[in-house]
Design a protein around this ligand. Structure first.
Ligand code: PLP
Length: 394
C-alpha cells in the first residue's frame, strides 16, 4: 500500500482516538525510519520511548525469532522460562523482589493501584487513598486516567472511581498536608514525561520518601517513560538517592513488543495471593524473551555510560538554541530525555521537522520532547539539531 492508501483506510476504519501525522512507517534500522513511499527519516522520538535500543536491534529480533519458532505463549497456569528469567533480571537490577507482568503502562499502574489498596485493606483502617501529582500521566484505563493529574483525559468519562487525591508536583508542603492515615500510596513519575519533561528539584523525591516512610504510605514510582535507561541509568530512581516500594515499567521493557510490569518488595507483593490479579497475556513468552534481550543489552558493560555520554552531547548541542532562537524559552535534559520549552504551541514545529525528515514530538502544547534511541550517533545528533534550528529560526 502507498502512504496515501494506508492513511485513507486507517482514517475510515480506526476509531479517531489519535491526531496522527500523515506518515506510515514501514521499516526501521537504528535511528532511521523509512515510510511507505521509501522516504528516510531520522528518529528522535523512539515511538515515545519504546524503541530505546533503536529499530530492529539484532539481539532482540533474534530472541523474538528464536522464542516465536519454539513457543509463542504459555498460560499463566503454567511456568514459562523467559518470564522467570526476565523477573529474575529485573529484581537483580533493582530494589524489587517480585514482579507482576501485564501488557502496558496503564495496566502496570492499575496493578500498582490494586496492590496498594489491598495492602491498605490488609493493614486495616481506611488506608485506600492514592495520591498523585498534578500534570502527571499514568494511563487511560478508568483508574489510571483518574490517577492522571490532567483534567483533559477525564472529559466525558464520569463517573470515575473514588479514592484519588492530587497534589502540585515538586511541592513538599502539599505532600506533607496530603499524606495521612487514609493514604495507601503516593504514585509519582520521577520526571513528568507527558506533563512536559518536568524535572523536580533534587530534594523532592527525598522528601516524598521520608514522608511516606514516616506515615506508613507506599511510595510507587511510575517509570514507564523514565525507565529502561532513558535517563542514563537503568531506572531514574537510581539517581535520586531513594528507593521506592513499588515501580511500574512498560514501553521500552521489551523494545517494541507490548509488555508492562509492576515491581515490588516481597512483603508488599505477598498481599497479591492467587486469584487477586491476573492477565491472560501478562508475561507472554515472546514479550518476555524480548525483555530478557533488552535487559541484557542495557546492562552490558559500558552501555549505559554511552547513553549518558550521548545525552550530555545532545544537551550541549541543544543548549545554544535557547540563545540563538527567539522561539525557545528553555532547554533541559536528563540522559536521553530532553525538553525544549517554546514561547508558542509546538505542533507546527513538529510538522516542519517531519517535512524535513526528522521525527520529534510536542507535549503539554509548548514542549518539544526529544527521546532519541540510544544507538543514535553524534553525527546524527548534529544533523537533527541543525534541522531543528533551521525550523525554529523560520
Ligand atoms: N505512565 C507514564 C509515565 C506514561 O508516559 C505512559 C504513556 O505514555 C503511561 C503510564 C501509559 O502507558 P501505556 O500507554 O502503555 O498504557
Amino acid at each position: 500500500m502507498t502512504t496515501r492508501e494506508i492513511i485513507a483506510t486507517a482514517d475510515q476504519r480506526l476509531m479517531p482516538t489519535y491526531a496522527r501525522n500523515p506518515v506510515a512507517f514501514v521499516r526501521g534500522d537504528g535511528a532511521r525510519l523509512w515510510d511507505a513511499d521509501g522516504r528516510e527519516y531520522l528518529d528522535f522520538f523512539s515511538c515515545l520511548s519504546v524503541t530505546n535500543l533503536g529499530h530492529a536491534p539484532r539481539a532482540v529480533v533474534d530472541a523474538i525469532g528464536a522464542q516465536a519458532s519454539r513457543l509463542l505463549h504459555v498460560s499463566n497456569l503454567h511456568y514459562c522460562e523467559p518470564q522467570a528469567r526476565l523477573a529474575e533480571l529485573l529484581c537483580a537490577h533493582s530494589f524489587a523482589d517480585r514482579v507482576f507482568f501485564c501488557n502496558s503502562g496503564a495496566e502496570a499502574n492499575e496493578a500498582a493501584i490494586k496492590l496498594a489498596r489491598r495492602w491498605g485493606h490488609k493493614l486495616g483502617g481506611n488506608r485506600t487513598e492514592i495520591v498523585t501529582a498534578l500534570g502527571s500521566f499514568h494511563g487511560r484505563t478508568l483508574a489510571t486516567l483518574t490517577a492522571t493529574g490532567q483534567e483533559k483525559v477525564r472529559v466525558g468519562f464520569q463517573p470515575l472511581p473514588d479514592g484519588f487525591r492530587y497534589v502540585p508536583y515538586d511541592a513538599v508542603a502539599a505532600l506533607d498536608r496530603a499524606l495521612g492515615d487514609t493514604t495507601a500510596a503516593l504514585l509519582l513519575e520521577p520526571i513528568q514525561g507527558e506533563g512536559g519533561v518536568v524535572m523536580p528539584r533534587a530534594e523532592y523525591l527525598a522528601a516524598a520518601r521520608r514522608l511516606c516512610t514516616e506515615r506508613g504510605v507506599l511510595l510507587a514510582l511510575d517509570e514507564v517513560q523514565t525507565g529502561m535507561g532513558r535517563t542514563g541509568t537503568l531506572f531514574a530512581y537510581e539517581q535520586t538517592g531513594i528507593v521506592p516500594d513499588m515501580m511500574t515499567l512498560a514501553k521500552a521493557l521489551a523494545s517494541g513488543i507490548p509488555i508492562g510490569a509492576l515491581l515490588a518488595r516481597d512483603e508488599i507483593a505477598q498481599v497479591f495471593g492467587p486469584g487477586a490479579h491476573g492477565s491472560t497475556f501478562g508475561g507472554n513468552a515472546v514479550a518476555t524473551a524480548a525483555g530478557v534481550a533488552t535487559m541484557e543489552t542495557l546492562t552490558a558493560p559500558g552501555f549505559l555510560a554511552r547513553v549518558r555520554e550521548l545525552g550530555a552531547y545532545f544537551l550541549a548541542r541543544l543548549k545554544p538554541l535557547a540563545t540563538r532562537c527567539a522561539a525557545v524559552v528553555s532547554v533541559r535534559g536528563h540522559g536521553m530525555m530532553l525538553g525544549i520549552t517554546l514561547r508558542d504551541p509546538g505542533a507546527a514545529v513538529v510538522d516542519a521537522c517531519l517535512a524535513r525528515g526528522l521525527v520529534i514530538n510536542c507535549t503539554a502544547e509548548r514542549v518539544l520532547r526529544l527521546l532519541p534511541p540510544f544507538v543514535v550517533t553524534e553525527a546524527e545528533i548534529d544533523r537533527g539539531v541543525a534541522i531543528l534550528e533551521e525550523v525554529l529560526q523560520r
